[in-house]
Design a protein around this ligand. Structure first.
Ligand SMILES: [Zn+2]
Length: 226
């Protein structure tokens, strides 16, 4: 009898057209990395994800994408999903609706621009800075079929007082307690990069799998091309 293949850490690919499509089973996680891409850390995060054999979603800041267009392309080339996270990471709740809309639009445009010359496209995935949006903006994005991503587990990697070890402990505790969901991380902090290999190895040992979110529309388009 052929040996059974080892259980894979890479879970299923989940095509979605709305947040309601994100139905995760117990021990299924979606990894999201916000606020990049940055030359200091994004490539290291990509290497760690490659080593673990898993795919993530990167919600990028427009201004960072403008400064680092090659990194936007690199993230997409490595098979990850690229979405946007406004242009300057402002709290949209504190802006008037027109300015908030302009921030969202500029973010999408500037993250999409470096991919124009590549076979890859930005996904219609968006996350509000600080997870703070208004109902009006949510409705407008929904009408445009832009998926507003929330977060089920925030590991707290923006806390500058946390050492990588304490961050790792906190992250694993919060993820295990929650059991499944969308995990919010950042590819702009050294402490995140430092603890990520250990975190992923531990999640794999504990039987978690990493679900890759992709836009349903581009999957359909790809299927037509094949
Ligand atoms: Zn952010």
């Amino acid at each position: 009898m052929a040996p059974r293949p080892a259980p894979s850490f890479a879970g299923r690919t989940l095509p979605i057209i709305s947040t309601a499509d994100i139905k995760l089973k117990h021990r299924e996680l979606v990894l999201t990395f916000d606020d990049g891409p940055v030359p200091e850390h994004t490539e290291a995060v990509l290497r760690i994800l490659d080593d673990a054999g898993v795919k993530a979603t990167f919600l990028m800041i427009g201004a960072q994408a403008q400064r680092n267009p090659q990194l936007v392309r690199l993230v997409a080339e490595r098979g990850h999903t690229v979405g946007s996270h406004t242009n300057h990471h402002l709290n949209l709740k504190e802006l008037d609706p027109a300015s908030a809309r302009a921030e969202i639009e500029a973010g999408i445009k500037n993250v999409a621009a470096p991919l124009q010359s590549s076979p890859f496209r930005i996904a219609p995935f968006f996350r509000f800075p600080f997870l703070l949006g208004t109902r009006q903006l949510c409705n407008e994005l929904g009408k445009r079929r832009i998926v507003v991503l929330t977060a089920d587990v925030t590991v707290g990697d923006s806390d500058p007082t946390l050492s990588p070890q304490r961050l790792y402990n906190q992250a694993i505790r919060r993820i295990v307690r929650r059991g499944s969901g969308i995990v919010l991380l950042h590819d702009i902090h050294a402490r995140t990069v430092a603890m990520l290999p250990g975190l992923l190895a531990d999640l794999k040992r504990k039987g978690f799998t990493i679900v890759h979110l992709v836009p349903a529309i581009s999957v359909a388009r790809r299927a037509r091309r094949e």
